[in-house]
Design a protein around this ligand. Structure first.
Ligand SMILES: [Zn+2]
Length: 277
């Protein structure tokens, strides 16, 4: 959905269930309309705003936490909110991790689309970047500079058969191939991730697995660019923890949840860096 100008919420309540990628446990999310600005998770009776300054861990997913409660892997759901144009929503969650579903934002997006959008009179949903910001970590970086739309250029590099891939998206609000591009993992990383107790729910049904010379999933990739598309999806979801639809020209190289969050912290560190309307 493009041309969102005002605050919105979902038009009716809906639920989504599935297993958490890292915990392997079944989790149910219940989405409720919200009058006040922003997306807020409620877990164990604790409200946790889905905001960059509540982000507590960025190891393998974006996790928010407050008051002894935490919710992880929020990034694909946040991207679904972005693409649906939803600014205000209450998300009740009965487990510590947002379900992985098919590894993309598709099922959340469909749920929001079916629920419909209710528009409020208030604006203040866009954040326009006014000064260039960039953050680095080793050879990874993400930069943003002023532009009247959101444009994202993403580069990734992994061992063969992935190699170097680069994609530029100019009309991000309508880049629907991003929404159902799935998360991915290198085959040799699976064991290492499992050893630290994560990815217990991972399977070929919810991730693209990259073998030594081919994609292991029987049906292959959904798009030729699916992997770099997914990195863009993660960035959109992470950036939406700003609370706003960011306008700017983004360039990123091998970025991840940590740097995406660092960029937002840098952005909000000085009110002269942005305007909201
Ligand atoms: Zn992801």
């Amino acid at each position: 959905m493009s041309m969102i100008k005002r605050q919105t919420t979902i038009n009716r309540i809906f639920k989504v269930s599935g297993i958490g990628l890292h915990s392997g446990h079944e989790v149910t999310l219940e989405f409720l309309p919200r009058r006040e600005f922003g997306v807020v998770f409620v877990h164990k009776g604790v409200s946790i705003p889905a905001r960059y300054d509540m982000v507590a861990d960025t190891r393998l997913s974006t996790q928010i936490g407050a008051g002894g409660a935490a919710v992880s892997t929020i990034e694909h759901l946040m991207a679904a909110f972005y693409f649906s144009g939803i600014t205000n929503c209450l998300v009740y969650i009965d487990g510590p991790e947002v379900p992985i579903l098919d590894g993309s934002a598709w099922e959340f997006y469909q749920g929001m689309w079916k629920a419909g959008v209710y528009e409020f009179p208030e604006s203040g949903v866009y954040l326009k970047v006014q000064r260039p910001i960039e953050v680095h970590h080793n050879d990874s970086w993400v930069k943003i500079k002023p532009l009247n739309t959101l444009e994202i250029t993403m580069s990734i590099e992994f061992r063969p058969p992935v190699g170097k891939q680069k994609k530029r998206v100019t009309d991000v609000e309508n880049a629907f191939a991003i929404i159902n591009s799935r998360t991915f993992v290198l085959q040799e990383e699976i064991e290492a991730i499992r050893k630290i107790g994560l990815a217990r729910g991972g399977s070929l049904d919810n991730a693209v697995v990259i073998g030594s010379d081919e994609i292991m999933n029987p049906k292959g990739l959904r798009y030729k660019n699916e992997l770099v598309n997914h990195k863009i999806l993660d960035l959109i979801g992470d950036f939406y923890t700003s609370g706003y639809r960011i306008l700017g020209k983004v360039e990123a190289n091998k970025t991840g949840h940590y740097l995406n969050n660092m960029l937002l912290r840098e952005l909000f560190s000085d009110p002269l860096n942005y305007t909201i309307y």
